[in-house]
Design a protein. Structure first.
Length: 294
């Protein structure tokens, strides 16, 4: 399941829902939360349900839904409306702790059993850093079950909760509190053995800055990110796809260790390699295989 790019689409816009079919994102997230005004929630649920149902048999990309926070009554209304359309996953906003994920999982299981959907097949992607309290249990996502698809983080709602004037410095880099949050989300995802998804890059006109930000994310261990605009999707997909050069080098490392069974350290092109290098090479090849498994 590749998740290089996950594009939010307001579910109350028929035009944007229709246009999303031509956007090459790995996943489209039908948004019932922050991009939909309260008075449009009911209409958004119906449009999202209809869109999911119309694409059950001819789905070309993953279709996820961002519901409202699980501790709000709107969340149950969201699930009741959209689950018959068999979404691939649920994006869970304002996640306070792994307990929220476990609770949502229980609610999903009820709908799956009722609708004849394979139990556990609806995945969950928490936005794990939008409340201050959430930071203190990030390491506990390892307790979540197989529904946990990954972890992503958000800065805007957290900044509002903190009363922060801004989350970026004059160079456009995250200020230290938000850099800490990003790093904690990254470590939490890997501790739970799921993918880490980087947050949005808001300036969708700045493709050079987006590319540099994606390079930093890949360097640090993120596997994908949330596009802010459809025009960012192709660049994000390309950035998070291993290059031919990376694939060739990774294959050489794997071949070298396979030709020398039992060896824990070997030399390639004058560089010493050990087991962590082998694991990293295998990860690159796995990502490449996933990307080309259309």
């Amino acid at each position: 399941m590749k998740l290089r790019s996950l594009l939010f689409v307001p579910a109350d816009s028929e035009r944007k829902l229709s246009n999303s079919e031509t956007v090459p994102a790995d996943a489209v997230i039908l948004d019932l939360e922050d991009s939909v005004a309260p008075e449009n929630k009911a209409a958004a649920r119906k449009l999202a349900a209809d869109f999911l149902s119309a694409n059950v048999e001819r789905r070309q990309k993953q279709l996820w839904v961002r519901i409202n926070p699980v501790n709000q009554p709107e969340a149950q209304e969201d699930l009741a409306s959209i689950m018959h359309g068999r979404p691939d996953g649920i994006v869970q906003p304002k996640t306070r702790s792994p307990e929220d994920v476990l609770l949502l999982g229980q609610q999903l299981e009820i709908f799956e059993n009722k609708l004849g959907i394979d139990t556990g097949s609806t995945r969950i992607l928490p936005v794990a850093t939008e409340t201050p309290q959430a930071l203190f249990s990030l390491g506990d996502y390892v307790r979540c079950n197989q529904r946990l698809a990954g972890l992503t983080w958000g800065a805007e709602d957290l900044g509002t909760a903190l009363g922060a004037v801004t989350n970026k410095d004059i160079q456009g880099k995250w200020t230290s509190p938000f850099q800490l949050v990003r790093n904690l989300c990254l470590f939490a995802a890997h501790a739970a053995s799921v993918v880490a998804i980087d947050t949005i890059y808001a300036d969708f006109h700045d493709l050079e800055g987006l590319l540099a930000s994606c390079d930093e994310a890949i360097r640090d261990g993120f596997s994908g990110r949330l596009p802010f605009h459809p025009d960012q999707v192709i660049l994000i997909n390309s950035a998070f796809t291993p290059s031919e050069q990376e694939i060739i080098h990774a294959r050489r490392i794997v071949d070298l260790f396979e030709a020398n069974p039992g060896a824990a350290a070997l030399s390639l092109d004058g560089v010493m390699l050990d087991i962590p290098h082998l694991k990293q090479a295998r990860n690159i090849l796995a990502r490449a295989a996933e990307t080309h498994d259309e």
